[in-house]
Design a protein around this ligand. Structure first.
Ligand code: CA
Length: 525
């Protein structure tokens, strides 16, 4: 990456070129730069270029490739003189690469030493996983019970939680699934296993509790078949969830339902309250990374810093998941080449092909991903967005692939195939077993989850300044030359250990929680 003037004051005209072969670069200055601006290298702007948008570093002929990240992000629809604003309408997007003849496991990760001695204070679970928070989760089998559960959770928080000071929170796992759905459709296993695996997230301490209506399609025994809940050592626990069914004969009146939920919750709280934080190696961290509200700086500052932290985590033996199919689809060759072995590469290709087909059924392709905000922030199309998104995965070898809703079975860098939608991706990473979440944003989003702490990383100084009580880390200082990618990567790594040990994030401070959104590719009825 070349920053055109690192030694000059931040107010000097500044562009950022990601690779020596690129014929475009982005304007770094807050507010953009006016026509006739002259850069220290002598290049003169022919017109105003907004912040994060691309300028032509040389004359680009009609039909010629427009190159950023050393990748063709499109072709010029007409000739573009040096110094022009290379805006979206001047770029014709290339077709997606076919999923054939891909390089398979050809690239080995840079040789690095293991990182040893880093620890955090976590909650050890009977199944070997480690929680970063101690939360009572109340799972629901169907949307019908949501209002009742919401009412009960409010009362549990007010009346019971203060009696159990070692429990952090109570969360109702509400969703729109459970009835009115084609539950035997082949793809219905995705929302069902997602909900099951979320209920077993490490932050819930293995205390599964379910509120059911009674007549719904997703019966509790279907959500938790025998053996799906690990039986604790030395515990008479049956391996079945604690269940409250609203249609049971015992319930006479609304308050009797609330009383049943509260009685059951109190037993669960008493168990959870016995837990204490203990020193755990950094290898027990399970970090899900994603981005949302991206801009052209996402791929320059925040995502590369996350990629640096990803490599540190992998060196420490931890697990990192990256996801968002449409945001890696155009870099599939980079991913298959970094696969640990041909099986991992084949799994990656299988997930991409499944998603291509899923989008095709809906009459769109990966280009449906970009938002008006992405474009306003300088990202012209999904190819450019993907190149900036994929760098969150760092440079480590990819050791495994997960299908949507599946639970992790190995450590290291994992590709967890999910939609890029922030809420759906976060929900699926929760199901996989994440105990910490890293979220980068350029446009700004107040995203948060109730079940795991979310560390938000701003891509620009301006966003970090305006949203100073919403953003946990400012990666914008990389663009202004005040910090390196490595500096911010280490800052994030240290913050992950602190937050895992109990330090509050801004989203936790304000209690900002987005809803769970189950990915249901199957029909509803
Ligand atoms: Ca996202």
């Amino acid at each position: 990456m070349t920053i055109s003037s690192t030694s000059l004051p931040v107010s000097s005209p500044l562009y950022i070129r990601m690779h020596g072969n690129d014929n475009v670069a982005i304007v770094a200055n807050d507010g953009g730069l006016p026509a006739a601006t002259v850069f220290p290298c002598g290049l003169k702007l022919l017109e105003h270029v907004p912040q994060g948008h691309k300028l032509a570093l040389q004359d680009i002929g009609e039909g010629a490739a427009i190159t950023r990240y050393n990748v063709t992000i499109g072709y010029a629809v007409r000739s573009i003189p040096q110094g022009s604003w290379v805006e979206e309408s001047l770029i014709r997007m290339p077709a997606a690469r076919e999923l054939v003849d891909l390089p398979i496991a050809t690239v080995s990760a840079p040789k690095t030493e293991p990182l040893e001695g880093y620890t955090f204070m976590g909650y050890k679970n009977a199944d070997g996983s480690v929680g970063t928070r101690n939360i009572l989760a109340i799972t629901t089998t169907v949307q019908c019970v949501s209002g009742v559960v919401e009412h009960a959770v409010k009362r549990i928080k007010e009346e019971l939680l203060p009696k159990y000071p070692h429990v952090d929170d109570v969360v109702g796992l509400e969703h729109t699934y459970g009835c009115g759905v084609a539950i035997d459709a082949p793809n219905a296993n995705i929302p069902i296993r997602t909900l099951r695996n979320i209920s077993l997230n490490p932050n819930f301490g293995g205390q599964a509790m379910v509120v059911s209506l009674g007549c719904e399609k997703l019966q509790p025994t279907r959500l938790f078949p025998k053996g799906s809940i690990p039986i604790k050592k030395g515990d008479e626990g049956s391996g079945e969830p604690a269940l409250v069914c609203l249609q049971d004969q015992v319930h006479v009146g609304f308050n009797s339902m609330i009383a049943s939920i509260m009685n059951t919750a109190e037993k669960q709280l008493a168990e959870l309250d016995k837990r204490r934080r203990e020193p755990c190696p950094a290898s027990e961290l399970v970090v899900g990374v994603q981005c949302g509200g991206s801009d052209a700086f996402s791929g320059v500052t925040a995502n590369p810093a996350v990629g640096y932290a990803t490599d540190l985590l992998v060196r420490a033996g931890a697990t990192v998941m990256f996801s968002e199919v449409t945001e890696v689809r155009d870099g599939i060759d980079q991913l298959t080449s970094r696969a640990a072995n041909p099986e991992v590469a084949a799994a990656m290709i299988r997930e991409m092909a499944w998603y291509d087909e899923y989008l095709k059924r809906g009459g769109v392709d990966r280009s449906a991903n970009t938002t008006p905000g992405n474009k306003k922030g300088g990202l012209s199309n999904i190819v450019e967005k993907a190149m900036g998104s994929i760098v969150k995965s760092g440079s480590s070898t990819i050791s495994g692939v997960l299908s949507p809703g599946d639970k992790l079975t190995k450590k290291g860098l994992i590709y967890a195939a999910t939609p890029a939608s922030d809420f759906v991706c976060g929900t699926l990473q929760l199901a996989a077993g994440m105990n910490l979440h890293v979220f980068t944003t350029g446009r700004g989003t107040p995203y948060g989850l109730a079940a795991v702490p979310v560390i938000k990383v701003a891509t620009r100084n301006d966003l970090a300044r305006r949203w100073n009580d919403l953003m946990d880390i400012n990666a914008g200082k990389i663009a202004s030359g005040e910090a390196t990618i490595a500096d911010v990567g280490w800052e994030l790594f240290q913050m992950l250990l602190d937050v895992a040990s109990g330090k509050e994030t801004w989203a936790e401070h304000w209690k900002l929680h987005n809803a769970l959104v189950l990915f249901n590719p199957a029909p509803i009825t």
